[in-house]
Design a protein around this ligand. Sequence first.
Ligand code: AMP
Length: 431
Amino acid sequence: MPAFKTVRGMRDFLPEEANMLKFIENKARRVAELYGYKEVVTPVVESYELLAAKAGEEVRSRMFVFKDLGGRDIALRPEFTASVARLVATTLRTEPKPLRLFSFGTVYRYDEPQKGRYREFWQSNYELMGSNKPEGDAEILMLTDSLMEASGLKKYVFKVGHVGVLRGIFVQEGLEDTVQNVVMQRMDKKEYEVALKMVRDAGVSENCVNILQKLVKIKGSEIFEIVEKMKTVVKGYDKAVSAVENLNAILKLIVESGCKMDVVVDAGFARGLEYYTGMIFEVYVPEFDIALGGGGRYDQLIELFGGEPTPAVGVAHGIDRIMLALQMQKAEIETREKSVMVIPIKEELKGEALKVSRLLREADIPAEVEVMGRKVTAALEDANRRRMSYAIIVGEKELKENAVAIRNLAKREQKIVKIEKLVETIKGQNV
Ligand code: AMP
C-alpha cells in the first residue's frame, strides 16, 4: 500500500485547529441568534444547473462537477447562496418576509492551493430575503462586523462598492449582459486596462470611457467625500446616480447606528459572482491580501430560480481565512476547559476509576481514564505532557475512607478529598 495523503487542496484539522474552527463556528451561530437568523441545512451536492446559473465564470469553471450513477449532472456546492435561493424559490416560497437564514459548512472550489486558498473550505453564510431597503444591507455589514469582533480579529477593514454604479453606466450605453459580465470579471481582478479595452471595443461613447477611467481611481476612507465624488463623475447616467445614492443611504445608516467599522469605499470594486445587483463588500486584515469574507445585494436571483420577485442581500465568511488571520495576529482563543485524568493505582481498582470518571462526567467535568496500563508516575507524566488540569489517583487506602487523591498538575500540589466533595473541589478549584 502507498503512504496515503489527503487529496490535493484538502486538509485535515488536528485537534488544535478543529478547536479553533469550533470556536469561530460557535461565534457565528451566536451572531445568527443575536440577529434573528434561523439555520437551514442544505445538501453539499446540488444540480449543476442550479449552481452554474449565476455563479459567474470564475466560480463556474472551478466547480467539482460530475455525473452521479443515475447520469445526473451534479456538483459540490461552491457557495451557499444558490441553495438558499432555491429553498426560498420553492419550499419557503410562501413564508412571510423577511426571511433571515443562516448556514454553516464546507464548500468546494477547484482553486490553486496556497496559503488561505483550499479546495474544501468552511463558510458561515447569512441571507436576508425580502427586503430591498438600505437597512437590510446595513444589517449584513453590521453582523459581519459583529462576527469579526467576536472572533477576536483586530484592524479589519471593509471594502465597499456598488455594482449598480458600473452596471448603470453599461446599461445606459447599451452594453449586453454577457459583455458586462466579462468586463466585471476583469475589474474584479483589477485588470482595468483590459476591461476598458473591452468596453471601448464594444462601441461605447468616449465620454463613458473617460468616466470609467476616473471612476476606478476613486477610493478612500473619507467615505462621504468619496461618495460625493462618485456622484459627480457619473452625472448623466441616471441608474448609476441612484446606485450611488443607495450606497450613501447604507453608509449613513451604519454611521447613525454608532457601529465603528473601518470602511474604504472603492468605486471600481467588482466581484466575481454575477448575481450581485447592488452594494457589494469584502473584509480584509492588513496581514493578508485576500478577503476574509464577502457579500452583497442580489435582487434577481430568486426570481431567476422561478420564485416570486424577492430582493435579497447576504454574506459568506471564509472561516479558514479568519483562522489564519487570528493565528497571524496571535489572538488568544478561549482556553480549553478543565480536564481530569483518573488513574487507578493498581489493576483491581480499574472499575473504581471508571466509576469516578462517570461521576465527574455526570457533573459535566471532562474526564479521561488511564487506559495504557501505565504505573502512576508514568501516567502523571503523560497527563502533564498533555497539559491536563488535574489527576485523580484512585488508591486502596483512600477508598476505604471513601476518598481519592487529587493533584493539581500545574501547581504540583496534592491532597486527599472525599469522593462526595470531588466535584465541588474541582469546580471551585479548591486544590
Ligand atoms: P465568495 O463567495 O467568493 O465571496 O467567497 C466568500 C469567502 O469565502 C471569501 O471572502 C473567502 O474568505 C472564502 N474563500 C473563497 N475561496 C476560498 C478558498 N479557495 N479557500 C478558502 N477560503 C475561500
